[in-house]
Design a protein around this ligand. Structure first.
Ligand SMILES: Cc1ncc(COP(=O)(O)O)c(C=O)c1O
Length: 389
């Protein structure tokens, strides 16, 4: 089934920063790249009679096993559910501590709280903003039950150094479906790896999540946890009180079409990242968050650290320029839900807090054209010229 790819290279290259005028229409930050193929797939699924989990979800799991190079893949209702069920499957509960990063979407920490355990936030590396294994090591104690690193923006965390600490790893790979760490596919490395199919993600179904694992025992436990019952008809039984976190075939059918496009979309993302890198390269006080050349980066987000002016002022100025941006992320430990409930052994997080005030995410989506990205660069350069020192 064909689909029309977003226009790529047709327009002539425009010079960065020469246009004095603001973009005429608002450039959304991260619109989904949905075409007639996904619409047709949904219609076909609805006609099939399978509204809930069925053959399309089974097909998605099988194809993702190949794609992620993992023995088992379980489709669930969100990455939040994937992370939660993963911790439950590992037996995380009251009295336990789980070490994670504070530069993440709050769900990463929320699921630790949902288990009755305590999140302990480790500071991040200055360059990639991924969790710093040296800081994690300092926090490990007899209560530590697991580590939850995030592959931030699509850059894999330091998985070898974290694995060397000898604790189970639940990897939050919501941003990292295409990523590789030192040649190995993300999804094939950690005890449990969790992906998101949320509307903005690189494989977007609207909502949904995936758990990849090579461990048979965890796959079996997760299968019980995500549904409500086993068996048929009147003779059903349940092995554990499950969470009803399965994925519907309607959403799986969208994800399957998105999976067909993932390499093509990755190519567009790489091109857009190169346009940003080139267009912002020599601006003082603008630093793209580092990418490790030894790894494959999923380019889920293009994030710069802004120090030439107040980040929020820059964001407002870009909105006035009709350029949508976002912030990934405000540190979780500074949000209301966490401020008053931090672990007694919670260390200071100076790198995290500085980054939280500086990060700014620029528009990145395969639905954008190259000229859209050039517009964002030109607007950013105008804002820089106005607000820098
Ligand atoms: C790093 C990270 N982890 C977890 C999640 C949660 O994903 P979901 O919306 O699929 O539950 C997100 C969502 O944006 C995320 O960015």
């Amino acid at each position: 089934m064909g689909y029309s790819a977003p226009d790529a290279q047709s327009a002539p290259t425009r010079l960065f920063g020469v246009e004095a005028t603001r973009r005429g229409t608002f450039l959304s930050f991260q619109p989904p790249a949905i075409s007639e193929a996904e619409i047709a797939a949904v219609a076909e699924t609805l006609r099939s009679g399978w509204l809930t989990t069925g053959p399309r979800t089974a097909e998605l799991e099988a194809r993702m096993r190949d794609y992620l190079e993992a023995k088992h893949v379980l489709a669930v209702s969100s990455c939040t559910a994937a992370l939660h069920l993963s911790l439950v499957a590992l037996g995380v509960g009251p009295g336990d501590e789980v070490i994670t990063t504070s530069i993440t979407w709050p769900a990463t920490a929320n699921v630790i709280v949902h288990c009755g355990a305590t999140p302990v936030f480790a500071d991040v590396r200055e360059d990639t903003l991924n969790i710093d294994p040296a800081r994690v090591r300092e926090l490990v104690n007899e209560r530590t039950k697991a580590i939850v690193p995030v592959d931030l923006y699509g850059q894999p965390a330091d998985l070898d150094e974290l694995a060397a600490l000898g604790l189970p790893i639940v990897e939050d790979a919501a941003h990292a479906v295409e990523s590789r760490y030192r040649g190995r596919k993300i999804g094939s490395i950690a005890d449990l790896t969790c992906f998101s199919l949320y509307a903005t993600k690189n494989i977007a179904a609207g909502e949904g999540g995936l758990i990849a694992t090579n461990r048979d025992d965890l796959a079996e436990a997760l299968d019980d946890l995500r549904v409500m019952r086993r068996g048929h008809g009147a003779r059903y039984d349940i092995a554990v009180p499950g969470y009803k976190a399965n994925l519907s075939d309607v959403l799986s059918s969208i994800a399957l079409v998105q999976l067909d496009k993932v390499e093509h979309h990755a190519e567009i993302r790489r091109r857009h990242v190169a346009i940003y890198d080139e267009g912002l390269a020599e601006l003082a006080g603008v630093t793209p968050v580092a990418r490790d050349e030894r790894d494959v980066h999923a380019n889920h987000l293009y994030v710069v650290r802004v120090t030439f002016a107040d980040r929020d002022d820059v964001q407002r100025a870009l909105t006035d320029e009709n350029i949508g941006t976002s912030i990934h992320f405000l540190p979780v430990h500074q949000l209301s839900a966490y401020r008053d409930r931090l672990a007694p052994n919670q260390p200071a997080l100076p790198v995290t807090e500085r980054a939280g005030a500086e990060v700014l995410s620029l528009p990145l989506s395969p639905a954008h054209s190259d000229d859209d990205v050039r517009d964002a660069v030109a607007a950013f350069r105008r804002v820089h010229a106005r607000l820098a020192g």
